[in-house]
Design a protein around this ligand. Structure first.
Ligand code: ATP
Ligand code: MG
Ligand code: MG
Ligand code: MG
Length: 572
C-alpha cells in the first residue's frame, strides 16, 4: 500500500468523551469514527485490523473442523419466542417491526436461528457432530455503551454452535473449541488467560471465558500461579459462598434465573463497576397473606467504604423499580433491622437477622451481584428461629486456592471470548432432534462459542501502548512494516531505493506501507507511532551513502543500521 493512496487521518487530541486509552488512541489514529452511541464507522485503518483478526479466527475455526455459514442480522421474533428469550432478554434485545407490523429481533447472538437450521437440516446421527460458525454483526442495546469498540452496541462477533449426539460428544466439541481459542489468542500475540465462568443468561452447564490481561479490564480474574486454577471473580466467589445456620453449613448453588436479579441496575445506580465494589444480597421472600403468596424482593447492599452506616436495603416491588431505604424503613417493612453486613475484604460474615415477625416467610433466594443470577439452595425453612449467617467470603489475594495447590492471585482482564456447554437448553425448546442408530429421536447436545472480534482491537491496545500511541502485535497490525523515506519527493536516490525495497517486501509477502506522502520526518514518525505499526524502516540519503537503512521496532529505543541488501531478509 502507498500512503498517498490510502486514508490516513490522525488527530493530536482525542475527543473529550473518550475515557480509556484504547478508545482515545483508536480515535486519534483514525481507526474508528463515532456515528452514534455505541455505533462506529470502521475506517480503513481500523478495518485492516478487524480483517486480520477475522482471518486468524477463520483459519483456526476451519482448522478445528467448524463450517462457516452466514445467518441474518434481522431475525423473526417467532424463533425467539420459541425459547422464551423474546421476553427474557429484556431491553438489550433490539426489536423492530416491519411494514406489516411483524416483530423482528436484531441478533445479539444466534442460538435460535442455528437451532432452526439444524432441526430441519440434520436428520440422522450420521450427520453429527457438526459445528457451524459465522462472523457477523451483532446488536446489543447495552445499558452503558462505552469505551469505543470495547462495549459497543453494534459490534462484530464470531459465534460458533456445535451439535452432538450425547454429552460426551458435546464435551469433546467444547474441548476442540477451547483448544482452538488458545491457538487464536496466541496467534494474536496477546497475553491472555482462560478462566472458569458461569453460564449467565445464555443457560447451560459449563463455561470458560478468555480474557486479555489488562489493568484497565472490567473483570477481576482469580488464579493460582502454581497450578491450573483460574476463574472469574463471580465463579470464584460462588464456590466460596456458604450459609451457616446454627452449626450447619449449607453450600449454595449459583444458577441463572433470567430476568430476576437487578444487580446491573444497582451497579449503575451506585456508579460502581459490577462485581467489584457493589456487594448485594437479593432476598426473594414469599409471604403468605390470607392464603395468597406474595413475592417480595429485597436487596441488601453494601457500598462505598463499606461502613456499617452505608448498609442500605431496598424493596423491589414487583421487581420493577427500587430505592434505597433507611434503616427505620427496613425495620418497618421487615420487622427487623436489615442485618449486619461486614466490610468487604475483611471476611467478616454477613448476618441476615430474622425473627418471629417474618416467621411466615418460607423461601429465600439470595442473589449474586450479577445480572440474572441468584444463589439458590438457601431455603431456610418455614420458621427462622435463629440468626442466619451468610458468609460472602470475598476472595482476596493470598487466599488458599480451591485446588489446594497454592495461594490465589488476582488480576484484571477484558473478556474477549466465551465458550459454553449448553446441553439441551435450546434443542429442547425448539425440538432439535436426530434419529439414533435405533431410529429413535434424541435431543441434540449443543455448545456455543463467541469471540468479540471488534473488542479484540480495544483489548489489544489496552495491553500494548505507550505515550506515543498504539503498539500492535505484528499478527494484527494494520500494516506490518512502514517504509519512511526521508525526502521521497526530493531525492531520486531515496525514491528509487524506497520503491525497490517496497517491491521486494511485497514480493516476499510482507504487508508493508510506503509513506510516499512527502511529509516531514517528525510528522511521519509521529503518525506511524500513533497508528502503532510494529516495524519501521527509514531510507535516508546519508545512510544510503554507506549502503545502509535504519530499522526500528516500535518498542525499540534506538534504530539499528541494516545493510541495504539484507533488509528484505531482515524484516521477514
Ligand atoms: P460482557 O460481559 O462484556 O457484557 P457478554 O458476556 O455479555 O460480554 P457474550 O454473550 O459471552 O458476551 O458474547 C461473546 C463475546 O462477545 C464476549 O466474550 C465479548 O468478547 C463480545 N461482546 C459482548 N458484548 C459486546 C459488546 N457490547 N461490544 C463488543 N463486544 C462484545
Ligand atoms: Mg453483556
Ligand atoms: Mg460476560
Ligand atoms: Mg460472556
Amino acid at each position: 500500500m502507498r500512503a498517498s493512496r490510502f486514508f490516513i487521518s490522525t488527530l493530536k487530541e482525542a475527543p473529550s468523551d473518550a475515557e480509556i486509552v484504547s478508545h482515545k488512541l483508536m480515535l486519534r489514529a483514525g481507526m474508528i469514527k463515532r456515528l452514534g452511541s455505541g455505533i462506529y464507522n470502521y475506517l480503513p485503518m481500523g478495518l485492516r485490523v478487524i480483517r486480520k483478526v477475522e482471518n486468524i479466527v477463520r483459519e483456526e475455526m476451519n482448522r478445528a473442523g467448524a463450517v462457516e455459514l452466514l445467518m441474518p442480522v434481522v431475525q423473526p421474533a417467532e424463533l425467539w419466542q420459541e425459547t422464551g428469550r423474546w421476553d427474557k432478554m429484556g431491553p438489550e434485545l433490539m426489536r423492530v417491526k416491519d411494514r406489516h407490523g411483524r416483530d423482528f429481533a436484531i441478533q445479539p447472538t444466534s442460538e435460535e436461528v442455528i437451532t432452526d437450521i439444524v432441526r430441519t437440516e440434520i436428520k440422522s446421527y450420521r450427520q453429527l457432530p457438526i459445528n457451524f460458525y459465522h462472523i457477523q454483526t451483532k446488536f446489543r442495546d447495552e445499558r452503558r455503551p462505552r469505551f469505543g469498540l470495547m462495549r459497543g452496541r453494534e459490534f462484530t462477533m464470531k459465534d460458533a454452535y456445535s451439535f452432538d449426539r450425547d454429552v460426551a460428544g458435546m464435551q469433546q466439541s467444547y474441548q476442540i473449541m477451547y483448544d482452538a481459542y488458545v491457538r487464536i489468542f496466541s496467534r494474536f500475540g496477546l497475553q491472555f488467560r482462560a478462566v472458569a465462568a458461569d453460564n449467565g443468561a445464555i443457560g447451560g452447564s459449563g463455561s470458560h471465558e478468555f480474557h486479555v490481561i489488562a489493568d484497565t479490564g472490567e473483570d477481576a480474574l482469580v488464579y493460582c500461579p502454581t497450578s491450573d486454577y483460574a476463574a472469574n471473580m463471580e465463579a470464584a466467589e460462588a464456590v466460596a459462598l456458604s450459609v451457616t445456620r446454627g452449626a450447619e453449613t449449607q453450600s449454595l448453588v449459583k444458577t441463572p434465573t433470567p430476568g430476576k436479579a437487578k444487580c446491573e441496575d444497582v451497579a449503575e445506580l451506585l456508579d460502581l463497576p459490577l462485581s467489584q465494589t457493589v456487594k448485594s444480597i437479593v432476598l426473594t421472600v414469599e409471604k403468605e397473606d390470607d392464603g395468597a403468596i406474595n413475592k417480595e424482593v429485597w436487596l441488601l447492599l453494601l457500598r462505598g467504604d463499606h461502613d456499617l452506616n452505608e448498609v442500605k436495603a431496598s424493596k423491589v416491588p414487583g421487581l420493577a423499580d427500587y430505592r434505597f431505604a433507611s434503616e427505620a424503613e427496613i425495620v418497618e417493612w421487615f420487622g427487623t433491622p436489615p442485618g449486619y453486613l461486614g466490610p468487604i475484604g475483611t471476611r467478616k460474615p454477613v448476618k441476615v437477622v430474622a425473627d418471629r415477625t417474618v416467621a411466615n416467610m418460607h423461601d429465600f433466594v439470595c442473589g449474586a451481584n450479577e445480572l440474572d443470577y441468584h444463589y439458590t439452595g438457601a431455603n431456610w425453612g418455614r420458621d427462622l428461629p435463629e440468626p442466619i449467617i451468610v458468609d460472602l467470603r470475598n476472595v482476596v489475594e493470598g487466599d488458599p486456592s480451591p485446588d489446594g495447590k497454592g495461594v490465589l492471585a488476582i488480576q484484571r482482564g477484558i473478556e474477549v471470548g466465551h465458550v459454553f456447554q449448553l446441553g439441551t437448553r435450546y434443542s429442547e425448546d425448539m425440538k432439535a432432534t436426530y434419529l439414533d442408530e435405533g431410529g429413535k429421536p434424541q435431543l441434540m447436545q449443543m455448545g456455543c462459542y463467541g469471540i468479540g472480534v471488534t473488542r479484540i482491537l480495544g483489548a489489544a491496545i489496552e495491553q500494548n501502548f505507550d505515550d506515543k500511541g498504539i503498539i500492535w502485535p505484528t499478527a494484527i497490525a494494520p500494516f506490518e512494516v512502514v517504509l519512511c523515506p526521508m525526502g521521497y519527493d526530493r531525492s531520486e536516490a531515496v525514491k528509487a531505493e524506497a520503491d525497490k525495497l517496497y517491491a521486494a517486501l511485497q514480493e516476499a509477502g510482507v504487508d508493508a506501507i510506503l509513506d510516499d506522502r512527502g511529509e516531514r520526518p517528525g510528522v511521519m514518525f509521529a503518525d506511524w507511532e500513533l497508528i502503532g505499526v510494529p516495524h519501521r524502516i527509514v531510507i535516508g540519503e546519508r545512510g544510503l551513502k554507506e549502503g545502509k537503512l535504519e530499522y526500528q521496532g516500535r518498542r525499540d529505543t534506538a534504530a539499528t543500521a541494516v545493510p541495504l541488501a539484507e533488509m528484505a531478509e531482515f524484516i521477514k
